[in-house]
Write a protein that binds this ligand. Sequence first.
Ligand SMILES: [Zn+2]
Length: 253
Amino acid sequence: MAGDTSTPPPPPPTTSSTTSSTAKSALGHDPIYYTWSTAFTLLSAKYFNTPTPPDLARNYFRERDILREEKDCAKCTADVKYLLAYSPIIRFMKHNIDLLGPADGSASINETNVRCKRCEGGQSGGWDAEYGILLCANEFRNQGHLEDTLAHEMVHAYDHLRFKVDGVNDLRHAACMEIRASTLSGECRWAREFFTRGQWNLTQQLQECVRRRATLSVSKRPGCVDDVQAARVVNEVWDKCFTDTRPFDEIYR
Ligand SMILES: [Zn+2]
């Protein structure tokens, strides 16, 4: 994720070294932040627990993402193509969305309506009934992470067709969609795998992960006042939505 400073990226392409460090590029970004000295400052702050100058990390990673944009998007697009063809969960969700959608395939999820873009704001994806699925190419750690995000957004597309939900204006619908998407996509899988080995209550950890992610997502909706309201709405619909695993027979991810 954007805040992970554990693996500093390589320096920018040598072409940028000829740019004045104070000049903004044609794209409006500021290469001053993406330098080895910035990387070193961030690393030092992490290892020696010293304060980081405000905005330094954010600007550094923003600059890095801009420089990597083309590469990130090409990788993301190739991953989408591969997953649509070979991933069991993506193929399963695609099949079930096609069964619900009109015969002309206008609701189908395919390479034309899954778009890879660079995002700012820390989210990894989004779904919109008109637009389709957005994947934030600069946010993915690996193909598995992208697969979870794509599956999450496809659960939203499925819910829109299957239950005619209004996840934009109705917070209870939004909460239900987020609970189902986090449970079924596999993005809380780590909680299940890690905590299976003994002392932790497996179901409890999965539920805490789903609850946290759903509350965070609902709290960002325009109609939501704060995270207290988000948590309350998630609670209200929890029993009904956590146990609703359609189109899966059970939580299998
Ligand atoms: Zn979501």
